[in-house]
Design a protein around this ligand. Structure first.
Ligand SMILES: *[C@@H]1O[C@H](CO)[C@@H](O)[C@H](O)[C@H]1NC(C)=O
Ligand SMILES: *[C@@H]1O[C@H](CO)[C@@H](O)[C@H](O)[C@H]1NC(C)=O
Ligand SMILES: *[C@@H]1O[C@H](CO)[C@@H](O)[C@H](O)[C@H]1NC(C)=O
Ligand SMILES: *[C@@H]1O[C@H](CO)[C@@H](O)[C@H](O)[C@H]1NC(C)=O
Length: 752
């Protein structure tokens, strides 16, 4: 009760302080005296309520003073967050005053943060923190090192003005070239970029986008160098050190480089394969122009998928067709993602998302966070595609992540929203996006029946891996390129005259991509000087999380989704910690203590099939020898796949899309899918531990008679296996509830 009264007093006090921002310059700001009237007033009240005398000083008082100041500061942060979110939302939704109010709010925020930092500093006396005050110490640290907001006010304003204006222009320009006679919007540009085939037109489209980007010299002279100043303000000697600190990982960039060296061979193979399929063998190994990748910055090659499909791409064709049929774009894609997340027992997405978000804008999804329990909204596009579908899973999981943190009341503002770049925060949503193409998830979503999957699991897995690789490998490369290049420029490692063309030089060497000199300026992390290191680490970590769960499956027949749903404590535990713990300390628990830090093997193991396939494609002699594999192929026919005409395996011909009959088939398939919950499932782990590896692309066509025989046989096996699976599930559930019970008892004991 006492506590409630104090909260009320605080709330009143807070309103009186609202107008207290008047400073112009953060760095030169002198700490105000501890005797500022309002907290004093508040402290006196607090002291009265605690039957202490106002004015006596002890370490307990110092601590109480600090605690209440931190509470007040956090409440003020929440107010700022709400106002900034309102402004950002207005800007994103095209309100005519949106940009102006966003600029205003962002500027004010910088001043506010500086002032709070100074206040906290002045309250931090020698006795304020007891040795076991870990949470308070953590909060104080996060509040004292807020990152770029510590810049001098004038410099902070420069940064947000640059970024806000640039983003607004890119989003709302209507002078893009979509390859047609009239100019178009960003949304139309994205849509057409995914479909345009003509190289010249693609280049024109990309150039029209570049024309809407901010000025390169302005960026190089006035924005990028702000990073040096921000490092200094946060007490770091170099930008690299500063970013390591914001990523809360010592030697982060070094570690990233080491991880990359091990993923690079796969990236280069994928790159060569693309060159081979798009331009022929002469182009292999040479830099590929970004526009040819149907991408604006080259960080995502998903639009190429249809040109790259292997011979047996039934899973792509069907999932693609079913997404269109069910219109799983925009809100529907988000809702499907929420279903999977619910099935994983990770939480229910707040229903207000559906009514208050905008689903007919541009992709990728942008989330706006009001820093309040359950108030995050999304702005996204309604285009239906596999990559938007996957992206939707990541976005909804981020929203549910925030909700989960919010459920834990001691995750106050700063432990939810700290300006840190946590790989765990990236990895868990990324992990869910990997699960969106899991065979069971695809089947449950009515996109591809499990039994069809199981006729040719390896061929299907290969296609799904290709879809994921086109998203994730270029991102991994782009993230590291972006950070490395910026650090290089700031260290003076590049001669002054070469700086303007250094981004495209760097991309050529590091990524084997021919990019523009300034296409990176379309990227929000670049515009706002944010490091990508957290996202890089998150991408690595998500595959490790995947691996940790996949390796736990009792057998290849188990359902990974169900397994995670029943064993997701480690995901939940990581989420609820928020920023209370630095993320590297959570990694070991998150991986069920199998690994203690970041390893590249999660990602390279995941792409095992793809890696083999790419080797075969790139080395024709090896490819011929893989024909020998035919006899080891599973003799079960592929009912739903049209036998492809015999092809010369060495000439690579893009697959023709499937016909309308297939779409009809698909509708029937999806109706059945629920009956097969317990049917035979070959390995969700498969990605890592397929025992009898079948070379992808080698499938046997069997005639219809054989088909019906083996179907009966197969049903028999399915029933037998279903019984086994159910038994295993029952046992697992028993063990699980037993464990839960034990835990409950343990908790009760410790509370008692
Ligand atoms: C289309 O965009 C180009 C390039 O920005 C511009 O010169 C032209 O005036 C625009 N045309 C229309 C009809 O808006
Ligand atoms: C960085 O700080 C220095 C010294 O305060 C200032 O002269 C310089 O203009 C700042 N850099 C930028 C890009 O504003
Ligand atoms: C998007 O949808 C909203 C309603 O949800 C509608 O008011 C708005 O006009 C639509 N915008 C576009 C560009 O279609
Ligand atoms: C959160 O609060 C609970 C009780 O409300 C407490 O047991 C726990 O230690 C707190 N955790 C942190 C990180 O403050």
């Amino acid at each position: 009760m006492k506590f409630n009264m104090i909260m009320k007093i605080k709330a009143n006090v807070r309103h009186e302080t609202a107008s207290g921002i008047h400073r112009a310059d953060c760095a030169s700001y002198k700490p105000r005296s501890k005797m500022r009237p309002i907290p004093l007033f508040f402290i006196c009240f607090y002291a009265l309520l605690s039957s202490l005398q106002c004015g006596t000083s002890s370490s307990a008082d110092d601590r109480r003073w600090l605690v209440s100041l931190v509470d007040l500061v956090e409440l003020d942060y929440v107010d700022h967050c709400e106002q900034r979110a309102n402004a950002a939302w207005n800007e994103l939704t095209g309100n005519s005053k949106g940009l102006a109010s966003k600029l205003e709010r962002d500027k004010t925020f910088g001043m506010f943060v500086c002032q709070q930092t100074t206040d906290i500093k002045s309250a931090l006396t020698a006795h304020a923190l007891a040795p076991d005050d870990n949470v308070l110490r953590r909060k104080v640290k996060l509040l004292l090192q807020p990152g770029d907001t510590l810049l001098d006010t004038e410099q902070w304003i420069k940064l947000v003005t640059f970024g806000d204006n640039a983003q607004n222009r890119i989003r709302f320009a209507t002078n893009y070239d979509c390859g047609t006679t009239t100019n178009c919007t960003l949304k139309e540009l994205q849509y057409n970029l995914a479909r345009q085939q003509d190289e010249e037109t693609l280049l024109r489209m990309k150039k029209s986008w570049e024309n809407n980007l901010p000025d390169l010299n302005d960026y190089l002279e006035h924005i990028l160098p702000l990073l040096r100043n921000a490092s200094k303000q946060n007490n770091y000697n170099s930008v690299e050190e500063y970013w390591d600190a914001l990523g809360e990982y010592e030697g982060a960039i070094l570690k990233a480089r080491e991880l990359w060296e091990n993923v690079k061979p796969l990236y280069l193979k994928l790159h060569k394969y693309i060159a081979l399929r798009l331009k022929g063998s002469d182009a292999v190994g040479k830099p590929l122009p970004v526009h040819l990748l149907r991408s604006l910055t080259g960080d995502d090659w998903s639009n190429l998928i249809e040109s790259l499909l292997p011979k047996h791409a039934g899973v792509y064709q069907k999932v693609h067709a079913n997404l269109q049929l069910k219109n799983l774009g925009g809100m529907e894609a988000f809702k499907q993602a929420a279903k999977l997340i619910k099935a994983l027992n990770l939480g229910d997405a707040d229903p207000n998302i559906w009514t208050e978000s905008v689903f007919n804008s541009t992709c990728p999804p942008t989330l706006v966070d009001w820093c309040k329990p359950n108030k995050v909204r999304a702005i996204t596009c309604k285009d239906v595609s596999i990559s938007n579908f996957i992206e939707a899973h990541e976005a909804v999981m981020k929203i549910v992540y925030k909700q989960t943190i919010n459920l834990h009341s001691n995750n106050t503002y700063i432990l939810r929203e700290a300006s840190r770049y946590s790989a765990v925060y990236e990895a868990i949503p990324g992990f869910v996006s990997l699960l969106s193409v899991n065979p069971h998830a695809l089947s449950d979503a009515g996109l591809f029946p499990l039994e069809t999957f199981n006729y040719n699991p390896n061929a299907h897995r290969l296609v799904l891996q290709l879809i994921m690789a086109l998203r994730d490998l270029p991102k991994l490369n782009f993230y590291l390129a972006a950070d490395e290049w910026r650090i290089k420029v700031l260290m003076g490692a590049i001669p002054y005259s070469k700086i303007p063309s250094s981004w495209s030089d760097f991309r050529r060497n590091f990524s084997n991509i021919e990019s523009g000199d300034r296409d990176f300026l379309g990227d929000p992390y670049m515009m706002f000087n944010k490091p990508y290191i957290g996202k890089f680490m998150g991408l690595i970590l998500k595959y490790q999380i995947y691996q940790s769960f996949a390796e736990e499956l009792v057998s290849d027949e188990s359902d990974l989704i169900m397994h995670i749903a029943e064993n997701n404590d480690r995901l939940i535990d990581a989420m609820i910690q928020g920023y209370g713990t630095i993320w590297p300390e959570m990694v070991s628990d998150l991986l069920a203590k199998r690994e203690y830090g970041l390893e590249y093997t999660g990602i390279t193991d995941y792409y095992k099939f793809l890696d083999e396939y790419l080797d075969n494609q790139l080395d024709p002699s090896a490819y011929v020898s893989s024909d020998d594999y035919i006899e080891t192929v599973d003799p079960v026919p592929e009912e739903n796949e049209i036998p492809s005409s015999p092809e010369n395996q060495e000439t690579i011909v893009p697959e023709t899309p499937e016909t309308h009959e297939d779409i009809v088939d698909n509708v029937i398939d999806t109706g059945e899918s629920n009956h097969h919950k317990f049917s035979v499932e070959t390995s969700t782990v498969g990605v890592m531990e397929i025992k009898n590896v079948v070379a992808p692309g080698d499938q046997k066509e069997v005639n219809a008679k054989e088909a019906s025989y083996s179907t009966y046989w197969w049903i028999g096996i399915a029933v037998a296996l279903a019984v086994v699976v159910i038994l295993i599930a029952i046992i697992a559930r028993k063990r699980h509830s037993h464990r839960k019970q034990l835990e409950r008892q343990r908790r009760e004991n410790t509370h008692a």
